[in-house]
Design a protein around this ligand. Structure first.
Ligand SMILES: *Cc1c(COP(=O)(O)O)cnc(C)c1O
Length: 234
């Protein structure tokens, strides 16, 4: 990791980041957990480098993006300037972008179908680069949403492991907007535990404290750090 002037190395250098860090620390303490066991993934989708830089300068080193192309346009330059930055893909991945995704990301949180498992396994072999892989679970079984249905999760995870030799580090879910997220977080934790999976990526700006109570190891927080997004997300 590159060194920065000491005066930049404080979360207080960015109000949104400092607040979110404090809320994570408080939620962890309340849950009897250690804050350092919870990774804050700062979701910077739609924000330009100029909005991201102050967050890096305040010490944040883990970021999430939801599109391969956008990530490719923004991050190589920021990485060359600031050194080691961990990038997580939190949006859907098309098979024809798997090559770029394996090259660019340290963690792919949206493994959600067999074809993608196969293509990722091939790319990991070919590139000799192994991003962490999280299986996305469609915990609310919503038609329009990506992810494996809860009832198919055990079979899919087993298939990733045995047929494709993939190491599955975690599970990810995005609960339905109009439902109590706690039920979904509890379900994700149950599926992870019975499959011997440690990583739990759950909780966004509106509900990350609840997710921490239910065992989140990764919270994906965008607007609470960066402010409201103005560009439309599809
Ligand atoms: C945009 C996004 C987030 C962050 O959402 P906020 O509500 O802005 O915190 C988290 N996870 C995924 C998958 C996203 O697409």
């Amino acid at each position: 990791m590159s060194r920065h002037p000491a005066h930049l190395d404080i979360a207080a250098g960015h109000a949104g980041l400092a607040q979110v860090r404090q809320r994570i620390a408080d939620a962890a303490a309340e849950a009897g957990r250690r804050a350092q066991d919870i990774t804050l993934v700062a979701v910077s989708k739609t924000f330009e480098a100029s909005a991201i830089e102050p967050v890096i300068e305040a010490g944040q080193r883990v970021f999430g993006e939801n599109r391969v192309q956008e990530c490719k346009a923004k991050w190589p330059e920021l990485r060359s300037r600031y050194g080691a930055i961990e990038l997580h893909l939190v949006g859907p991945l098309q098979s024809n972008k798997a090559q770029e995704a394996v090259a660019l990301f340290d963690c792919i949180q949206s493994l959600d179908r067999e074809k993608l498992a196969r293509v990722l396994a091939d790319e990991i072999q070919r590139q000799g680069r192994s991003p962490e892989l999280f299986v996305e679970i469609n915990s609310g079984e919503e038609e329009q949403k990506a992810g494996i249905r809860p009832r198919d999760a055990d079979r899919f995870i087993a298939e990733c492991r045995t047929s494709y030799g993939l190491a599955i580090s975690g599970l990810m879910c995005i609960p339905p907007a109009d439902e109590e997220p706690a039920l979904h977080f509890a379900l994700l934790e149950t599926i992870a535990r019975r499959n011997g999976i440690k990583g739990l990526s759950m909780g966004m700006s509106a509900d990350f404290e609840t997710a921490i109570r239910f065992g989140a190891t990764h919270v994906r927080v965008g607007s609470a750090i960066f402010g409201e997004r103005h560009k439309k997300i599809t």
